[in-house]
Design a protein around this ligand. Structure first.
Ligand code: NA7
Length: 534
């Protein structure tokens, strides 16, 4: 590809949390860069995921940027767990406040990015055919942005309205008076189902795997609560930066297995009333790492499901049978299990009666045809690798990133890949990313990457490339850490097992966010050990 003579310092892909902060930093550093976004505005995840009930499962005061004290003090969150419209407004506000929209070309999809080895540049081609050339390629493409539609016979023949939660229309979708079907009971389905049920004439939930869920217990923030959070925000942020999952809480001292059963049960109850991820990740760490301890947590939630769902036949169908709690991403819900007490909601257990096809009229299982007006695919994403491999990224010797990762992604720190010099991935595979609070992860990566670029410029270095040995060591480390957890025991998108043909490899770094931050800092201090410069 030939991109002409004008060479930028950097090209950024994406205008979500990661792209916005990168643009802010690069501009502060005085770099010439161009940023592309396929949507027509900023927002990333929150631009696309507009389904009913969509929202963050991290508390608003940490699910936000910490780089500007003024922004932190001025912005007013209305609730504990912000909903999609508010998060999108926040990101639009950030774009306006810091004049970041001018850094982006919207409605522009990056099709290809190729590294020119002789000149040490990235050449990027967008869907308009335009080529741009830059020293650095920074991917801010998100971890859960490549929507996955299931491969079901006749999927596209449905004559009603069909939606994927991750590609939701921008105009209001109406379900009033309709027979609606939802396929999928992951976090998206669990958020959407209670809201759709309130509007639809009838909702049929097609469940393949019964899932755990913990109540969010969302609440409106009073002025006093907001004031007190703002007063302590610096300490809160510092805690997040060094915590296990980038949140304002961490595992308790001690182990669940050490406690008398009644005491643990009491603690579970107290935490259940508080709601949120804290129920598990602010509790005892052996719930996550030890099968026996995890069984105690799993049993507690199963008991809660049985207590909530009035119809005993239905509640048994909703009780997870085949996985340990937390090994699939733990959803938070606002009335999910209660929804199955409604007269207008029914559950189809696909383990008993699998989907055979989708027809023009609805969903046909081995039992019968469910006629539908609208069908919602809450079927997830090609997580972490999908957003990157769907772009034709070619490194040295024309190697496609997709081919390089044929047997699973291998990276160094989840930031760099040997053979792909001057490419920086924000929250790429092999970094903590999806195992924690995303804005905390994103800010850490963007700061680290920008410091690295600053170092290169100060030292007149032209290219940086992760070393093969560092990649091998890091990949072994990722595997080793995952084997200390219960994650590999379950089919989940963490393991890549939701995508047909995707190698079954644990994708994120499970060593804890604070530990990872320290590692990255140490590596930077040792002049980017594990990377080779020219
Ligand atoms: P998830 O968590 O991947 O959930 C997808 C759901 O869709 C899950 O219940 C799947 O069942 C189900 N699914 C997928 N394919 C099929 C087919 N072919 N038939 C029936 N059911 C199917 O995606 P989400 O969007 O909910 O959440 C993704 C993340 O986004 C979330 O964790 C947050 O971090 C934000 P399965 O369990 O595979 O049997």
């Amino acid at each position: 590809m030939n991109a002409g003579e004008d060479t930028l310092d950097a090209i950024v892909i994406g205008a979500g949390f990661a792209g916005l902060y990168t643009a802010f930093k690069l501009r502060e550093m005085g770099l010439r860069f161009c940023a592309f976004e396929q949507g027509d505005d900023v927002g990333g995840t929150w631009y696309w995921n507009r389904y009913p009930g969509a929202g963050s499962d991290s508390e608003s005061w940490v699910y936000s940027f910490s780089f500007s004290d003024e922004l932190e003090q001025d912005w007013k969150w209305s609730s504990r767990f912000p909903r999609q419209p508010e998060i999108l407004s926040y990101l639009q506000h950030v774009a306006e406040r810091f004049d970041l929209r001018s850094c982006f070309q919207f409605n522009t999809r990056v099709q290809k990015a190729e590294y020119d080895e002789t000149e040490n540049f990235w050449i990027v081609e967008t869907d308009s055919g335009k080529l741009s050339r830059a020293r650095y390629l920074i991917t801010a493409v998100g971890c859960l942005s490549a929507a996955q539609l299931p491969q079901i016979t006749g999927r596209d023949t449905f004559e009603g309205n069909a939606y994927h939660t991750g590609q939701w229309p921008h105009e209001k979708v109406k379900f009033k008076g309709q027979k609606v079907g939802v396929i999928g009971t992951g976090s998206s389905g669990i958020q959407a189902i209670p809201v759709i049920a309130k509007e639809a004439a009838h909702l049929t939930v097609f469940q393949r795997t019964a899932n755990y869920s913990v109540p969010a217990r969302n609440y409106d923030l009073s002025d006093d609560q907001a004031r007190s959070i703002k007063k302590d925000i610096k300490e809160i942020r510092e805690f997040c930066r060094w915590s296990t999952i980038g949140q304002n809480y961490d595992f308790r001292e001690g182990e669940a297995l050490e406690l008398p059963k009644e005491q643990l049960e009491r603690q579970f109850e107290i935490d259940w009333e508080k709601g949120g991820f804290q129920w598990m990740f602010g509790s005892y760490s052996d719930l996550v790492f030890n099968k026996k301890a995890n069984e105690l947590a799993s049993s507690f939630v199963k008991k809660k499901i049985r207590e909530t769902v009035k119809n005993p036949f239905l509640s048994e169908k909703l009780v997870p049978q085949d996985h340990a709690i937390g090994t699939k991403r733990l959803p938070l819900d606002i009335g999910y299990f209660e929804t199955f007490n409604r007269d207008n909601v029914s559950l189809v257990d696909l383990k008993d009666t699998p989907i055979e096809s989708i027809t023009p009229a609805g969903v046909r299982t081995s039992d019968k045809l469910y006629e539908l007006d609208s069908l919602v695919f809450a079927t997830g994403f090609d997580a972490l690798t999908g957003p990157l491999t769907r772009i034709g990224i070619r490194g040295k010797s024309g190697l496609l990133l997709k081919d390089k990762w044929k047997t699973g992604p291998r990276t160094y720190l989840g930031v760099g890949v040997p053979g792909f010099p001057n490419m920086f991935m924000i929250t790429g595979p092999g970094s903590p990313s999806v195992l924690g609070n995303m804005p905390t992860s994103i800010e850490q990566h963007v700061d680290w990457i920008c410091d690295c670029i600053g170092y290169m410029r100060a030292n007149r270095l032209i290219s940086i490339e992760a070393e093969t040995q560092a990649e091998a060591h890091w990949s072994d480390h990722i595997k080793e850490l995952s084997e200390k957890t219960l994650f590999p025991s379950t089919n989940s998108w963490y393991m890549g097992s939701n995508i047909p043909g995707k190698p079954k490899v644990f994708l994120p770094y499970a060593g804890g966010f604070g530990t990872y931050r320290k590692l990255c800092n140490d590596i930077a201090e040792r002049e980017y050990e594990g990377f080779r410069f020219t």
